[in-house]
Structure formats: C-alpha cells, structure tokens
Design a binder for this molecule. Structure first.
Ligand code: A2P
Length: 318
C-alpha cells in the first residue's frame, strides 16, 4: 500500500518519493524506471538538477510500457531562482513540462526564497542577486497561483522556506502553499518549523534525509558528522534487522512528513522503499530525538556571497 499525505485542497501525495538531485545524466533514467517498477509513486525533480529530459524519457517509457499509469505517479518540480519574476514563471514551468514530457505537474515549488537575475543559474558575485524587497516572494507566488488557474499544476508550494516565510505567504495568498520542502533528519529536526507548518495546514517534505553524503565537495564542511554512521542510528537499525538508511526514512515517515530518498542503485532503491514497513518503537524515537544538533548539510552559504542581499541568517530567519 502506498502511504499518502493529504494536502490542502484534498490531493493525496505519496509520502515516500524518489529524489533526483545529484543523480547523474546517464544513470537517472534507469533509476527512475527501476524505481517505478519497484513501486515508487512519487518522483521529485527540479529544473536546476539538469536531468529533467532524461527523467521525462524514463517516465514516458514507463507509462507507455504499462509499468504505471501517469495518474498514479506524483511528480514534483521546482522553479529556479532566476525565474522569480511573475512573467517568467509560466514559461519556466512549460520548459519543465516539455522536458518531463508531461501535460501537468502534481506539485510545483519555488525552489529557494532567493532571486537571481534572469539567465544566472548560480550566483558568482553580488550583482547576480535580486533582493527580496525588489522582487518579493509574494510576486513570484502570484505567478505560481496563475499556474493552478491554468490547470498546469495540481498544487503549489515552496522549498527552503522558514516558518516565518511560509506564514507570510499563507497570509497573503489566494491559493496557500500546500508544501514546504526542507532539509530534515535527526541532526536537523526543525521541530518548530514542522509544528508551525502543521498549524498552517502546510505539509512538510524532508530532503537530504540521509545527510546527503554525495553532495559536491564545495558544499561540504570539514569534520561533518555522517548521519548514516551515527552509532545510535546504527544500533536501532541492528535491533530491527534494518539498515541505517531505513531507520532514517522510517523516522521521517513516522513523524508525519513526506520524505525524498535519492538513490541510483537498484538494491538501495528497494531497501529505501521497504523502509515504509519498518515500525520504530517509542524508545527508538526518543533516542533519535536526542540526536538533534542543528546541523545543516545544505547550509545556503552559496547565497551569502560578499555584497549579496542574502545572509545565512536572513535566509533561514534564525
Ligand atoms: P546512491 O545513489 O549511490 O545509492 P540524500 O537522500 O540524503 O541526499 O542521500 C543520498 C545519498 O545516499 C547518495 O549518495 C546515495 O547513494 C546514498 N544512499 C541512498 N540510499 C542509501 C542506502 N539505503 N544506504 C546507503 N546509502 C544510500
């Protein structure tokens, strides 16, 4: 059975999704096809991952060969930072739809609460940024709402947004965000954010649940703790005859969040899907709660270049 989370508006999003960030061209297509064959019913994409065309070919083949029907798969993608101007939102979505070979997305997210000048994929200098007081999220959001009106997306949401930013959008929105997708794992549990989103009726999706060990070196800090090697997580896994990755995925699901697990390996794809069957005990949950250490693996420092209007502190509102 596919576990789902009901979103504002009534759509049901499968709780466990396949992540595609960092999945290389040449291997992501096979991973998507393999995942759908195994029973994955949620694929999380983004324009900036640079692999949507290969994902689209894999989806199209899977639908054509009858592995799964389009309406039985939840497909998410994300608006990149250089398309925040309201008039750029629909063309950006249409490019993603063309790449993914779809008529409609299930969910479209504003990838970051950070705006870049159009045509700038990654910021290299201060002039590449557009401040949020020049191009506020509320304006981008109006572009997102128009996509729902056009029937091009079933639901809209955000990613990497603090509780304050989510609350601000909910307050001003005609169509409130359905989802906030953020980094969440036992070293960054974000209890207050998860609770506030629950109050606001916004579902939370966890990214980097395994601590994202395959991040590019430029995104790593010296001496980072490795979540998959955490002794408490390993001990819980051993007690259940499970793997550390399964414990981390089961923890996210039992907390009531959706979770995206990235893998391009057939065995690990199967293992991660089976984590939905692992029932952690209250004592396991207590032990995991004690692992909190406010450790972000995706720090956002790449938006806080000298002279940028964005700082780590105003990015996360902390
Ligand atoms: P691979 O794609 O080779 O399986 P995150 O989801 O936190 O971003 O982490 C993704 C990383 O975790 C990738 O390096 C992925 O490698 C690895 N990974 C995925 N599933 C497992 C698993 N079950 N056990 C160990 N590592 C895993």
């Amino acid at each position: 059975m596919t576990h789902t989370i009901e979103l504002r508006g009534g759509a049901r999003m499968p709780s466990l999704g396949l992540g595609t960030w960092k999945s290389a061209k040449g291997e992501i297509g096979a991973a998507v096809k393999g995942a759908l064959r195994l029973g994955y019913r949620h694929v999380d994409c983004a324009a900036i991952y640079g692999n949507e065309r290969e994902v689209g070919a894999a989806l199209s083949e899977s639908f054509a060969s009858g592995v799964v029907a389009r309406e039985d798969v939840w497909i998410t993608s994300k608006l990149w930072n250089d398309r925040h101007a309201p008039e750029d939102v629909e063309p950006a979505l249409r490019q993603t739809l063309a790449d993914l070979q779809l008529d409609r997305l299930d969910l479209y997210l504003v990838h970051w609460p950070v705006a870049l000048r159009k045509g700038v994929p990654m910021a290299l200098r201060a002039q590449d940024f557009v401040a949020l007081d020049v191009l506020p999220l509320s304006e981008t959001w109006a572009g997102m709402e128009a996509l729902v009106d056009l029937g091009l997306v079933r639901a809209i949401g955000v990613s990497n947004c603090s509780a304050a930013k989510v609350a601000g959008l909910v307050e001003g929105a005609r169509i409130a965000p359905a989802v906030d997708q953020v980094e969440l794992h036992p070293y960054l549990q974000q209890e207050a954010l998860v609770a506030r989103c629950r109050e606001l009726g916004v579902a939370v999706t966890a990214y980097s649940p395994l601590g994202s060990p395959d991040r590019p070196r430029s995104m790593k800090q010296a001496g980072e703790p490795a979540l998959l090697e955490d002794p408490t997580v390993r001990a819980i896994a051993a007690r259940h005859g499970a793997t550390p990755a399964q414990v981390l995925i089961a923890w996210a699901l039992q907390r009531g969040t959706a979770v995206l697990a990235k893998s391009v390996d057939p065995g690990r794809l199967a293992q991660n899907l089976a984590a939905a069957e692992l029932a952690l005990e209250p004592e396991d949950l207590r032990a995991i709660a004690a692992l909190e250490r406010a450790r972000r693996y995706v720090t956002g420092t790449f938006w806080a270049l000298p002279g940028s209007p964005y700082t780590v502190s105003n990015l996360w509102d902390e």
